[in-house]
Design a protein. Structure first.
Length: 94
């Protein structure tokens, strides 16, 4: 299987920067912020080989789960492009 090309939207980049900034500046844990970013990009990279292997969420997006984050992406099979659209925080701050 050929590896798909990776693209990301401005929304995803903003979500990623917001998460890293929060962990670095509010939680004062830059090591954890860097590890989260590394783990997210590693998970995305590993999915580039089989981006459609899992079922879609809501008939539009595929989802990658990394710790307490969900990364939503779409796939253009014709052009072999995986576009990461946005990311949600799924933690609980109760």
């Amino acid at each position: 299987m050929q590896k798909y090309h990776f693209e990301s939207t401005d929304k995803f980049e903003s979500d990623m920067n917001e998460a890293v900034d929060y962990i670095t500046n509010v939680l004062k844990n830059p090591v954890a912020a860097n590890k989260l970013a590394h783990d997210i990009y590693k998970a995305i990279d590993s999915r580039l080989y089989y981006p459609t292997a899992l079922s879609k969420f809501n008939d539009k997006y595929y989802v990658i789960n990394v710790r307490n984050r969900q990364i939503f992406y779409t796939v253009d099979e014709h052009r072999q492009i995986m576009t990461v659209e946005f990311m949600y925080y799924c933690g609980w701050n109760g």
